[in-house]
Design a protein around this ligand. Structure first.
Ligand SMILES: Nc1ncnc2c1ncn2[C@@H]1O[C@H](COP(=O)(O)OP(=O)(O)OP(=O)(O)O)[C@@H](O)[C@H]1O
Length: 227
């Protein structure tokens, strides 16, 4: 039986007082790869932010990785985020330290203590994204695509139940976008569930998958037509 990782029922999403999305009914199951598309300003980022509790869910119901977003308390947010891996368009690596130190920073912040286990986990996630030999480098010594791979490795550190990728290829050229997408596809094939907001229709065509669209304050599933 499929296991639900994310479920929204009749939810509304607000930015401050203004309604961005209404009647949101969405379900994502374990192992899915789901795209979230829509024009600029249609609410993709607002939806993503609701999922990692950067925006509170005030109306309707929403649950994600066994957390109820409606009743979520401030103190629960770090525990929710430990079960999520978030990847952003602008990578958000700490520029003043190496790749290894970036990853170690996250492990320490999420309660890891043993040096050897941390080093092993760092090596594991770097090899998952094909960046095993770059741990000693600083972010500025890496290309955009490589930095995004490191950001994906960082998202994988705590074995997240769901990866939220908000325009992960938005700052990359088409060739590099495909390379980063291959990494996300591999991770998905290995069992990780991924929700990816994107503007990149070329990727959608190349890697077809379930697609949700934000338009006119609604989110609905679109069926890709085979050409
Ligand atoms: N911090 C904010 N405060 C108030 N309104 C906001 C805020 N952020 C976004 N909005 C508004 O919410 C709506 C949805 O924006 P959102 O960023 O979710 O769209 P998006 O689909 O992610 O766009 P893009 O593709 O440009 O990132 C827009 O009308 C935007 O102006």
């Amino acid at each position: 039986m499929s296991q639900t990782v994310l479920e929204f029922k009749d939810a509304s999403i607000f930015q401050g007082e203004s309604l961005v999305l209404s009647n949101v009914n969405v379900e994502i199951n374990k192992g899915d790869f789901v795209y979230l598309i829509g024009k600029t300003g249609s609410g993709k980022s607002s939806f993503m932010k609701t999922l990692y509790a950067d925006i509170p869910l005030k109306k309707g119901d929403g649950s994600i990785v066994d957390f109820n977003l409606k009743t979520l308390k401030e103190k629960d947010i770090p525990f929710l985020r430990r079960k999520l891996g978030v990847v952003f368009q602008d990578f958000k690596l700490l520029t003043d330290r190496t790749v290894n130190a970036n990853l170690e920073f996250v492990l320490k912040a999420t309660g890891w203590k043993d040096k050897n286990s941390m080093a092993t986990r760092i090596e594991e996630v770097l090899s998952k994204v094909g960046m095993k030999t770059t741990g000693f480098k600083f972010p500025h010594e890496l290309s955009g695509g490589e930095q995004q791979r490191i950001a994906i490795a960082r998202a994988l550190l705590n074995n997240p139940e769901l990866i939220l990728a908000d325009e992960p290829t938005g700052n990359l050229d088409p060739q590099t976008s495909v390379e980063v997408m291959e990494v996300l596809q591999d991770i998905n094939k290995n069992g990780n569930t991924i929700l990816m907001a994107t503007h990149d229709y070329a990727l959608l065509l190349k890697y077809p998958s379930k697609t949700l669209k934000c338009d006119e304050n609604q989110v609905f599933e679109v069926v890709q037509r085979k050409s």
